[in-house]
Design a protein around this ligand. Structure first.
Ligand SMILES: [Zn+2]
Length: 322
């Protein structure tokens, strides 16, 4: 297994978000990734790699130039130490919520996170069997032309497009974050060469309020988008049952690469998620994923309690048997 990591994510320091009309401390703290890194370092001290250089034009695989330019320009307008909250009314800015502030270095760091994911994809092409990309900021809420949900560029989607474009591979994305990956779904909604499956909190009550079961894809993509929402408070039993169905579906699709959008905010002690998974459930998740005999690229999404993140990834790795 290889791990892709870059310490510059620590310079991404969002301070606030507007949550239901109240300013609250932003939960995307660097420590949540640093704790994952600590566990991975102890287990695989010689497996770390930095992100490779890629032409910035690769962002265009997923994001239109107008969005890329908008983000770059907004960053240039923000003073160091300040935050700009995109204006979501009348589509003034290219952002769909008020939890995704822009700082002077947001573009640079989000591009670095995208390179972490792209490096993971390249390593899969170089015959690595399992790669863990420690991406931060996360990506799965980022739509092609809008940021949101703490996400600026869609790391998992960029990795999937890279594998699909550069090697013509069939890719499945299994999204195990507590929140539905609305951005990833949208990007591949009319495609049959990238299967998207997500297990997440019921959209009636959980952010980003998308991911209903009847969102099954469109056109050529019809039948290649699968949402498995679960009620708030769901525990391991229901979650693992859903995961078994998801894995059967992945086997039926028979992809050449599996990308796992991995969130640990499904843990019972996560401050944001609404499921009740325990450490032992992450072991079972690892086992289920290990049974899928295809190369696997993990791309980090959420997980906002650094200590439970550490416990969860330890169990996941044990389940994966690596
Ligand atoms: Zn999440």
């Amino acid at each position: 297994m290889k791990i892709i990591y870059d310490q510059s994510h620590k310079d991404h320091q969002p301070k606030n978000e507007l949550d239901r009309s109240c300013w609250t401390t932003h939960p995307d703290i660097a420590e949540r990734i640093e704790k994952l890194k600590e566990v991975l370092t102890a287990e695989f001290p010689r497996s770390f790699r930095g992100p490779q250089n890629f032409p910035e034009a690769l962002l265009g695989l997923v994001h239109p130039q107008a969005y890329i330019d908008w983000l770059k320009k907004r960053c240039q307008e923000v003073e160091k130490g300040k935050e700009y909250f995109p204006k979501v009314f009348f589509w003034y800015d290219r952002c769909f919520d008020v939890g995704t502030p822009i700082m002077y270095n947001t573009y640079e760091i989000a591009w670095k996170a995208a390179r972490v994911a792209l490096t993971g994809a390249q390593m899969i092409l170089d015959d690595e069997e399992v790669v863990y990309a420690l991406t931060r900021p996360p990506g799965h809420h980022a739509r092609s032309d809008m940021c949101g949900g703490y996400c600026y560029f869609n790391n998992a989607a960029l990795a999937a497009e890279y594998l699909s474009t550069h090697a013509d591979l069939y890719v499945a994305i299994l999204d195990l974050d507590y929140h539905h990956g609305n951005g990833t779904q949208e990007i591949f909604y009319d495609r049959d060469d990238v299967l998207y499956i997500s297990i997440h909190g019921d959209p009636q009550e959980a952010y980003p309020y998308t991911g209903y079961q009847d969102e099954i894809g469109a056109g050529e993509g019809r039948g290649y988008n699968m949402n498995m929402p679960l009620p708030k408070g769901s525990g391991g039993k229901d979650y693992l049952k859903a995961l078994e169905v998801a894995c059967d579906e992945i086997n039926r699709y028979d992809p050449e690469v599996l990308i796992i959008s991995m969130g640990f905010d499904t843990h019972a002690e996560d401050p944001i998620g609404g499921f009740c998974l325990k450490e032992s459930d992450f072991f079972a998740i690892g086992r289920a994923i290990d049974h899928l005999k295809i190369p696997k690229l993990f791309v980090q999404e959420g997980g906002y309690n650094p200590d439970t993140n550490a416990a969860a990834i330890k169990s996941l790795l044990e389940g994966l048997g690596i």
